[in-house]
Each structure stands twice: as C-alpha cells, then as structure tokens.
Design a protein around this ligand. Structure first.
Ligand code: ZZB
Length: 260
C-alpha cells in the first residue's frame, strides 16, 4: 500500500502529553503527528486527527530538530524508507499513551481550518495499519463522519470539548451521485448510526472511494474545478515539495498460498 504520510505540527500539547515530553525534547523541537492517507486530495477537508486511545505511540527523532509521533511498527518501517537520519535506525525519545495526547492542537497542511485541528480519539484506529494516526476528513470519509458525530454527542464521556469535534465540515469535492458532502450523504443513505456499524461503513467507504476518485471534481485550492483523477498526484507532490509530507509504503503482509 502506497500512502502519503502528512506532517501535522504540534502547536499546543494537551496537558498530560506536555508533562510526558517536557524533559525528553528540546524546547524548540518541531513535533509532528504523522497520519498515513490514501487521499491526499482531501487534505483541504481535515477537521481533526485521530489516535487510538488504547494505542501507545512513540516520539521518534526524524531530523536535527524534528520528531514524529507514530506507532513503533510504523517507525521501524520508516527507518527503512529514509525517513530518519540513519538508515534502519529509529530513536525513540518518549512514549505517549493515546489518551495523553487527546486535545493536542496541531496544524494540518492544506486544511481550510488554518487555526489548527485537535487530536481526538477513534476506537476503530488499527495499530497494525499505516502509522496508527489517522487524519479526519468527515466530508469524504464515512468512518470519520460517523466518528465526529459520535464524539460530539458523547463529548463528556470521551473527555473532550464538544466544539473540538464540531469544526465546520466544508465541501471540498463535488460528485454527481452524492453531492458535495459524500460522507454525510452516504452515512444517512445507508442508515449508519455509529462508528461501530462496521459492515455498512465498509460499504460506504467503497462507494465513496469510487465516486470521489473517478467522478469527483475539486472545489477548493489551486486545482479548483479540475477532476480528482487528474490532480491527486499533483496535490501529493505539492505537499511533499513543501516539506509537509513524504511517501510511506506499507510492506506487503505474508501471503499464504491456498493452492496446496
Ligand atoms: C484521509 C481520508 C480521506 C481517508 C477520505 C479516506 C477517505 P483502506 O482503504 O482501508 O486502506 N486509515 C489509515 N490508517 C488507518 C488505521 N491505522 N486505522 C484505521 N484507519 C486508517 O483505508 C485507508 C484509509 O483509512 C486512509 O485514508 C485513512 O483515512 C484510514 F476522504 O485518509 B484516509 C472513502 C474513504 N475516504
């Protein structure tokens, strides 16, 4: 799987995370949460960024003054893809339980929300996929939309401020079948009531991918008015050239032959 790893720079730590990193990092360190995405063209629509509350993350040294927050598994993979100073090595300077970083304010590249977005919990983040950090685009990802609705509804239960989950969902892609808010449209149409409706969400994801990629037109940014199909790679390239992203490949899993 070829992902784009996007760098969301920490602007203000949540209090618990601040305590855990304070003695471990230089005062002027640049720390980035690094979600892996297959849809760089949707980065305009980021409204928050998810971590798994039960996942433990590492803070890995990525350069002179730069650090990445990802799972150890992802750091190991990145070490063999040139993301860190020494090939094959990944230096962990701190550990952060998922719960400790909730509420952290980060800058999300290309997002319409230039004031920054919050790190929020998502129960369905898989520790064994991507970087274990997932950027949230509720306009175009049914999983993300179902999750932000749930977070806003049960803000106290999740220990978050309701408004962190309620940043405006701005249309970024127009599609012939689902309008300009594909994920909200599909969540309603398939009667999805919770982030735990796994089967319907899987179906919605498939439909959203297909429509967004083959029929979608971008409504914002420098490629406004163009087909997603044609500009997806340009958006990715722009992010990389700006130093806001890099390529991250997931090694293929072990394939077991069924043919005998
Ligand atoms: C932003 C985004 C915008 C995404 C969108 C999707 C969509 P796939 O196809 O199943 O491989 N993701 C990445 N890592 C994880 C993880 N560890 N646990 C759970 N979800 C994860 O899914 C790839 C997508 O799953 C990634 O692309 C990421 O969300 C999420 F508008 O990034 B995406 C219709 C989907 N739309």
């Amino acid at each position: 799987q070829e992902y784009t790893a996007v760098k969301l720079k920490v602007k203000e730590w949540a209090p618990e995370a601040a305590k855990l990193v304070e003695s471990k990092l230089p005062a002027n360190a640049n720390v980035f949460f690094v979600p892996a995405t297959l849809r760089p063209e949707t980065m305009y629509g980021q409204t928050c960024c998810f971590v798994g509350p039960k996942i433990t993350y590492g803070v890995f040294k990525a350069g002179e003054n730069d650090y990445f927050v990802v799972t150890e598994r992802a750091a190991r993979n990145m070490a063999f893809q040139g993301a860190f100073p020494k090939w094959g090595e990944y230096e962990k300077v701190a550990e952060l339980p998922g719960t400790s970083v909730i509420g952290t304010l980060v800058n999300a590249p290309l997002s319409m929300h230039t004031e920054g977005v919050r790190i929020l919990p998502m129960e369905t983040v898989k520790a064994t996929k991507g970087t274990g950090v997932v950027t949230s685009v509720p306009s175009d990802s049914p999983d993300d939309y179902a999750t932000v609705l749930d977070l806003a509804k049960k803000a106290d239960f999740y220990g978050i401020k309701k408004e962190w989950a309620e940043l405006e969902i701005i249309p970024i892609l127009e599609t012939p079948s689902y309008g300009n808010l594909t994920a909200p449209f599909l969540v309603k149409k398939l009667k999805i009531n919770s982030p735990k409706d796994a089967a319907q969400l899987e179906e919605a994801k498939g439909l959203a991918y297909k429509e967004g990629f083959y029929q979608g037109t971008i409504l914002v940014g420098k490629y406004k008015g163009q087909k997603v199909e044609h500009i997806k790679d340009n958006v990715k390239r722009d992010l990389i050239d700006a130093g806001d992203a890099f390529e991250y490949a997931e090694p293929a899993g072990l394939v077991i032959s069924r043919s005998g």
